[in-house]
Write a protein that binds this ligand. Structure first.
Ligand SMILES: Nc1ncnc2c1ncn2[C@@H]1O[C@H](COP(=O)(O)OP(=O)(O)OP(=O)(O)O)[C@@H](O)[C@H]1O
Ligand SMILES: [Mg+2]
Length: 252
């Protein structure tokens, strides 16, 4: 099985060297926990060190803000964009029936991306009524979409769940290795995420948290799930350093 190295210091060793190719990984955490920086580094290292092009699909933040965020850590996105190794795709939130899957698919084909980031599923969940999903001619006939799209209808108030589930599923058809960013719930109940389905739909889960230990706040990272992989279990410390993220044994 081919593994996709993130290049994030100390992270790949937690998952036998990398994310299995064509997997979908949920990166969940509270606002400000470092999800976007994690995803930016995944694409940057992919393009710069591993020769894999990347596509950053952003719903909330403008590409310019993301470039500014990245350059703080020496991740020069514009240079890689000029070489065609990284691209941003900004998704509108207020275009009725916007065909999100085809928009991402077209961008992946155009850029030959091997790595895709979706930032974030939580916003897609909130706006799910605005998007349409391509209908397949035959179930699981991988890429054969008909010309029709369907708009999910609110039947039991769970359009968001259905949309998120189908979207994660469709993104796997692209053959890329995908990170889906999502907000975690403040008061954890039985579910990690608000949509309650992405944690089951994804092949892997990485949870980032800000935790209080005594009087110290520590940023922690935990791989909660990675199919086909022996995980190094438990909480790790995640530091945001000048050169990017560093995952180390837990300490405070
Ligand atoms: N140059 C830096 N050095 C160290 N830490 C930084 C630096 N820049 C940002 N941070 C930290 O990273 C956090 C923001 O990270 P990021 O944008 O990845 O969070 P996020 O989880 O995506 O948040 P949101 O859910 O709001 O999008 C800031 O709150 C700050 O603590
Ligand atoms: Mg973010």
């Amino acid at each position: 099985m081919k593994r996709v190295r993130t290049g994030i210091k100390g992270f790949d060793d937690l998952i036998q060297g990398g994310i299995p190719e064509n997997f979908s990984v949920l990166v969940c955490g509270a606002p400000g926990s470092g999800k976007t920086i994690f995803a930016l580094e995944y694409l940057y290292k992919g393009a710069k060190d591993f020769g894999e092009s990347g596509l950053y699909v952003t719903i909330e933040e403008s590409p310019d803000k993301l470039r500014d965020q990245a350059v703080q850590f020496g991740f020069n996105f514009p240079a890689l964009e000029k070489m065609g190794k990284i691209a941003f795709l900004k998704i509108p939130i207020d275009v009725h029936s916007f065909d999100l899957v085809r928009a991402v698919e077209a961008a992946v084909q155009r850029t030959r991306a091997k790595r895709v980031v979706i930032d974030s599923l939580s916003i897609l969940d909130i706006n799910s009524g605005m998007y349409s999903i391509p209908v397949k001619v035959m179930p699981d006939k991988d890429r054969f979409y008909s010309n029709d799209t369907m708009q999910l209808r609110d039947t039991k108030g769970d359009v968001g769940k259905q949309f998120v589930y189908l979207f994660i599923n469709r993104m796997l058809d692209l053959g890329t290795t995908n990170l889906f960013i999502t907000d975690s719930l403040q008061n954890e109940g039985p579910y990690l995420t608000r949509d309650t389905v992405s944690e089951f739909a994804c092949d892997g889960i990485v949870k980032i948290e800000m935790k209080e230990f005594g009087k110290t706040m520590v940023r922690t990272l935990e791989v909660k799930k990675m199919r086909n992989t022996k995980i190094e279990p438990g909480l790790k410390t995640m530091k945001i350093e000048q050169q990017g993220i560093e995952v180390t044994e837990f300490s405070y």
